[in-house]
Design a protein around this ligand. Sequence first.
Ligand SMILES: [Zn+2]
Length: 164
Amino acid sequence: MNQFLSRRSFILILTMSILKIIFKPIQVLASSLTPKEKWNLSKDEWKSRLSPESYYILREEGTERAFSSQLNNEKRKGVFHCAGCDFPLFLSDQKYDSGTGWPSFWDSIKGSVETKVDFKLIVPRTEYHCSRCGGHQGHVFNDGPLPTGKRFCNNGLALTFVPD
Ligand SMILES: [Zn+2]
């Protein structure tokens, strides 16, 4: 029995070491590209990390005033990151002027956001959030331009822009 167990542990350790070697390059990539490791910070940790305005949007699903964000007029090439955890969410090529007063995108970087339905305005709306830290970004509607027909209506305070 003991022998069997130790043999099993040996195989387990061996397998783990092999897996570690195989997955190491992927883990390095994970920190910058894929939402493999979810963030799970406490309320206080978020409060010390964010401005009160960004905290209200990202952690309490708030909405900023229309036309209040500088990013609404941002037209340079670059990447829009989550203001909570710096995860890349949108490319400048996915941005368009929706005329709504909020930075709008017709698509997001694959796997960067997740959606859920909210009933805050009674009519169901699809809320979306950063897939890494769960920070609320905005709502997605089906009145956007082709090819997706989507309009990701984003709070500027929930984003940071990194020019190319
Ligand atoms: Zn985030």
